[in-house]
Design a protein around this ligand. Structure first.
Ligand SMILES: NC(=O)c1ccc[n+]([C@@H]2O[C@H](COP(=O)([O-])OP(=O)(O)OC[C@H]3O[C@@H](n4cnc5c(N)ncnc54)[C@H](OP(=O)(O)O)[C@@H]3O)[C@@H](O)[C@H]2O)c1
Length: 506
């Protein structure tokens, strides 16, 4: 089986991963379980260590115990693979520290001790799993401690991983970019969007560019429009405080949905290398028609879920959630129409929607093809001939399906829709690796294809900023405007129906 897109295959070089925020949620739910799974699968180098760094006073033993519980609770290893824990735990250490020099001195000594013992090169990954407001001060401290070395042959490499959000608008993203680049070169920076580590997201590129049948029809001549949906059935849960500041545009559109749009719309890259793929994605964003402040109301709608009784369950309104203001105007749903002004897509609308408390958790890309000429089927009621839809299902039921029209048995010429279906689990059996496993391994190998480059981040904010600014200056008067469990506000239907199209019912 050919392996794509990770560029540099094989086991990574010996390295140490330093996790800032080692006592936090991301470390226990994702990072350490993913690293442990990689270790259990024999995918880590022989000399490999993890250093946890945070302010909490933990001994090495306490840290290991916590991480052991995390691996049992959140890890995907089988019982047999859990025996890999003992070896993994030996190379797991904790350094207590905040922003003070003393903490960074201890960190430097710990790294020197680890690397001295193994005699390995100074290959280091600094993973910033802290609140985003701490990224800049932590990077400054890393640099001040002399740990942000530029890569030079023979001296080992240094990489820094940062978690989204990368700013909260264009201005703050630019500022963050400037601060990051004060300490590190762009080539050393790995911005994680865990969506890109999902197997089915990577499969979009393989599906598009490894099959000759789709490429000739993947354009304005055959595609009528594209719908990209990321729906959640849950509300904001315990993340009310975060969501009040973010909202769905920052939480989903500026990153995940625009990434999916780029993968769907990009031109074939000249190679499966980080810069070639990322150059093409940047070109897509450059081709998206910017939305002027006057146009926002015509191309974007927002919503907020209200209280509803679903079966025997009383579902809270967003305004009743913990950490949310009782008169909050924060949007939990948005639908946006974007146009890509290039040779391939001119005139083909891309409709993006995402929201909380929708009927189903689903992420998918639906390519709606044009209606064929129906002259031959005049005898059939026209609404029975459905245009073909190619559906790329990202989650939860990962796979691909294509709807097409067939004649049901009988003497009359009639048309029915059926679908050709490919299901990931059914085809390959095993569950795909966790996104964090793929991304951590890629980072160790120095393959940044699936990581977000700074120019992409800025362009994505540039496109979303007018919507954010317009909505924040013009408060909604009709919130809540959709019921929990419904398919969103009626304004979203009006947005697409004014173009004589309809949302796909998933
Ligand atoms: N949780 C998730 O599933 C998830 C998913 C996607 C992205 N993210 C992103 O990942 C990042 C971390 O999220 P989280 O949920 O893990 O946050 P969290 O649970 O609040 O953890 C934050 C961590 O930062 C540590 N910390 C605070 N000040 C520090 C300092 N000066 N130096 C080093 N560590 C410091 C805290 O520990 P002490 O108090 O002990 O210092 C704690 O370990 C955020 O940017 C978030 O947006 C999280």
């Amino acid at each position: 089986m050919a392996a794509i897109p990770s560029g540099t295959m094989g086991a990574p070089e010996a390295c140490t991963v330093v996790i800032f925020g080692a006592s936090g949620d991301l470390t226990k739910r994702k990072l350490v379980p993913a690293l442990h799974s990689l270790a259990a699968a024999g995918q880590l180098p022989r000399n490999f260590s993890v250093v946890g760094y945070a302010r909490s006073g933990l001994s090495n033993e306490e840290f290991r115990l916590r991480m052991r519980q995390a691996v049992s609770e959140y890890g995907s290893c089988t019982a047999g693979e859990r025996s890999a824990w003992e070896k993994f735990a030996q190379d797991l250490v904790y350094v207590r520290g905040g922003f003070e020099e003393e903490g960074y001195r201890r960190l430097k000594e710990t790294l020197a001790a680890i690397e001295g013992k193994s005699g390995s090169t100074k290959n280091r990954i600094f993973y910033l799993a802290t609140p985003p407001g701490l990224y800049a001060p932590i990077m400054r401290q890393i640099a001040a401690a002399g740990l942000a070395r530029k890569d030079q042959p023979g001296t080992g490499w240094t990489r820094v991983v940062i978690e989204k959000p990368f700013g909260k608008d264009l201005e703050t993203a630019r500022e963050l970019g400037r601060q990051v680049h004060e300490a590190f070169d762009e080539r050393q920076v790995y911005r994680i969007d865990h969506y890109l580590g999902k197997e089915t997201v990577q499969n979009i590129l393989v599906f598009r560019f490894a099959n000759a049948v789709f490429e000739p029809i993947w354009n304005r001549r055959y595609v009528d429009h594209v719908q990209i949906t990321a729906a959640e059935s849950m509300g904001v849960e315990h993340r009310g405080g975060y969501y009040e500041k973010a909202g769905v545009i920052r939480d989903m559109f500026q990153n995940h949905l625009l990434q999916l749009l780029c993968l769907t719309a990009m031109e074939p890259p000249i190679a499966f290398t980080a810069d070639a793929v990322r150059d093409e994605k940047v070109k897509v964003l450059r081709s998206v028609q910017p939305i002027s402040p006057e146009e926002v109301d015509q191309v974007a709608v927002r919503g907020q879920y209200g209280h509803e009784k679903l079966g025997d369950n009383e579902v809270k309104a967003y305004r009743e959630e913990d950490g949310v203001a009782p008169d909050s105007t924060r949007e939990t749903y948005a639908a946006v129409k974007l146009l890509i002004e290039n040779w391939r897509w001119e005139g083909v609308p891309f409709y993006l929607r995402s929201g909380k408390r929708l009927p189903k958790k689903i992420t998918e890309i639906a390519i709606h093809f044009k209606q064929p000429p129906l002259l031959l089927f005049k005898a059939c009621p026209i609404e029975k001939v459905s245009p073909n839809v190619l559906l790329l299902r990202i989650q939860p039921d990962e796979g691909i399906s294509l709807t097409f029209e067939v004649k049901p048995p009988g003497s009359e010429i009639c048309v029915n829709s059926l679908s050709l279906d490919f299901n990931y689990r059914g085809a390959f059996g095993a569950a795909p690796p966790e996104a964090y496993e793929t991304l951590l391994l890629d980072c160790m190998r120095g393959d940044s294809t699936l990581f977000t480059r700074h120019d992409w981040v800025e362009l994505a904010w540039f496109l979303m900023d007018p919507i954010l600014r317009c909505w924040e200056s013009k408060l909604p008067e009709d919130f809540p405007n959709y019921a929990a469990g419904s398919s969103g506000p009626r304004q979203a239907d009006a947005l697409i129906e004014s173009d004589r199209r309809r949302w796909r019912q998933s």
